[in-house]
Design a binder for this molecule. Structure first.
Ligand code: NOJ
Length: 507
């Protein structure tokens, strides 16, 4: 495989807690994932991105890391993680792990030491302690500062259990370089970088001074004191250099919520990170004109720095796109659109089953810190994190032998892997077919596209050699352009393309 495998890879996000439970405690784990590797290889993805598996009090689903060099016992052991990496490789799947450098857990030994050492001690300098807070807000709601017993305050852009690190401190920089080496030495193929746009703060910590509710969104201004600061890029250049010592095929993907494709492109300039999630695409409504504009601006901005575009429809932080777009037909069309675009794609576990958002979870089971921090006004992200349905007619649908950590809806009985496996019209088999064709046909993946003339509610573009993708977002069926054969259709292939359908044609 090409060393630049990442330029058009399809990477599958494993939200470990909810993927498959091998131990019977109701929480997904490494044993469950290892047992399902044949499923993932059979699906046809190139790589897995595994959400944080480190020891953690799980205040934020593991994005509160207490030890970056081990595995939480609820997920398994370091030996099992090493075995997983080897087994995935043996099946042709690469493995990316999640690195969380913006903050640690409040249970991390560094934060415990900072608390014990008291105001003014060097141990506090690895975090952001001050005698008085400023007006910054936590992304999850409420102030971004919490007061400790001795009266000082510490900064946390997320939960109070996630104190922000001070990236101006040489020990912080050295520690993460060492953590990267630790996992590279264990054979991982790369890292997804959590909150890549937030690691560096303006040391003066100036007030934002705006409407507090507007403070949690990405910048909107060039000099934002904690989002998308220019200082982050130097860190990524040093990481890229470090990874290069392991060969050119180890990669980084940035989670960076920034203002525009051109700001995003700065993260993937030569010598920085390899790819970045395209959240403009993810946030775009089902609207042909707006999708086309996001597609064009993404390709242009990323192409200008020599980076491939990437595409993503869902992840563990947003409402599942079946629900967002309003139905399975659109989700089927959307994946054919996404997988036909130039560059790489990220899939979120369960989208290949057509899972929808579970928006009626009982309040008592909600775990996302957003729920409490927003004064119980925002339910948070649990609805897209419900454990996968594998087989059977009722919960736990083969996910576990125990009670799943979040209850699954009974309506998923027809969305299990078992129910879809042999049905040629199922979402699962649409994904399998799309990934198979995409991998085999030279027109897909890295490269460019050319738009074809179409009415404004239709997206129609050509990939070379000889493939056309047509997506109908309008209210009326549209005729298909001349073609040799239908490679794949999100609906029953016919002479016309119905509303909310997409087709790949060989011409
Ligand atoms: C982004 C992660 O995707 C999200 O789940 C998490 O809550 C925040 N970063 C904080 O780590």
């Amino acid at each position: 495989m090409s060393e630049q495998w990442w330029r058009d890879a399809v990477i599958y996000q494993v939200y470990l807690r909810s993927f498959a439970d091998g131990s019977g405690d109701g929480i997904g784990d490494l044993a469950g994932l290892r047992a399902r590797l044949p499923y993932l290889a059979g699906l046809g993805v190139d790589a897995l991105w595994i959400t944080p598996w480190y020891p953690s009090p799980m205040a934020d689903g593991g994005y509160d890391v207490a030890d970056y060099r081990d595995i939480d016992p609820v997920f398994g052991s370091l030996a099992e993680a090493e075995a997983l990496i080897d087994e995935a490789h043996a099946r042709g799947l690469r493995v990316l792990v999640d690195i969380v450098p913006n903050h640690t857990s409040d249970r991390h030994p560094w934060f415990r030491a900072a608390l014990d050492a008291g105001p003014g001690a060097p141990e506090r300098e690895r975090y952001v302690f001050r005698d008085a807070p400023n007006d910054w807000r936590s992304v999850f709601g409420g102030p971004a500062w919490t007061r400790v017993a001795d009266g000082q305050w510490y900064l946390h852009l997320f939960d109070a259990a996630q104190p922000d690190l001070n990236w101006d401190h040489p020990q912080v920089r050295a520690e993460f370089r060492d953590v990267l080496r630790f996992w590279l030495d264990r054979g991982v193929d790369g890292f997804r970088v959590d909150v890549a746009h937030g690691m560096v703060k303006d040391p003066a910590l100036p007030d934002l001074g705006a409407d507090p509710e507007g403070l949690v969104e990405p910048p909107g201004r060039a000099d934002h004191p904690h989002w998308d600061r220019p200082g982050v890029h130097e860190i990524f250049r040093s990481w890229r250099k470090l990874a290069r010592r392991y060969g050119d095929d180890r990669v980084f993907v940035a989670e960076a919520w920034v203002d525009s494709p051109s700001r995003l492109a700065r993260y993937v300039r030569p010598h920085e990170l390899h790819t970045a999630f395209n959240f403009d695409f993810l946030r775009c409504p089902w609207d042909a004109r707006r999708l086309r504009s996001v597609i064009d601006s993404s390709i242009e901005a990323l192409g200008a720095v020599g980076a491939p575009a990437t595409w993503v429809l869902s992840n563990h932080d947003v409402i599942r796109h079946v629900t967002r777009y309003g139905g399975l037909a659109r989700a089927r069309a959307a994946v054919l659109l996404m997988l036909a675009l130039p560059g790489g794609a990220y899939l979120y576990q369960g989208e290949e089953l057509g899972l929808d958002e579970v928006d009626d979870l009982p309040e008592a089971v909600l775990r996302d810190p957003t729920w409490e921090r927003s004064g119980r006004t925002r339910r948070g992200r649990d609805g897209c994190r419900v454990p996968l349905p594998w087989c059977g007619d009722e919960p736990p649908f083969g996910f576990s032998t125990g009670d799943p950590w979040l209850p699954q809806p009974a309506r998923w009985a027809d969305r299990t892997v078992g129910a879809q496996d042999d049905d040629p019209r199922s979402m699962l088999n649409l994904y399998r077919a799309a990934l198979r064709i995409r991998a085999a046909h030279p027109a897909f993946g890295d490269g460019c596209l050319s738009w074809l003339d179409s009415c404004p509610e239709v997206l129609a573009f050509r990939r070379e050699p000889g493939v056309v993708c047509v997506v109908n977002l309008g209210p009326e069926p549209v005729p298909l352009p001349p073609h040799r054969t239908v490679l794949l259709s999100s609906d029953e292939p016919a002479d016309e393309l119905p509303t909310d359908a997409a087709v790949w044609l060989a011409i």
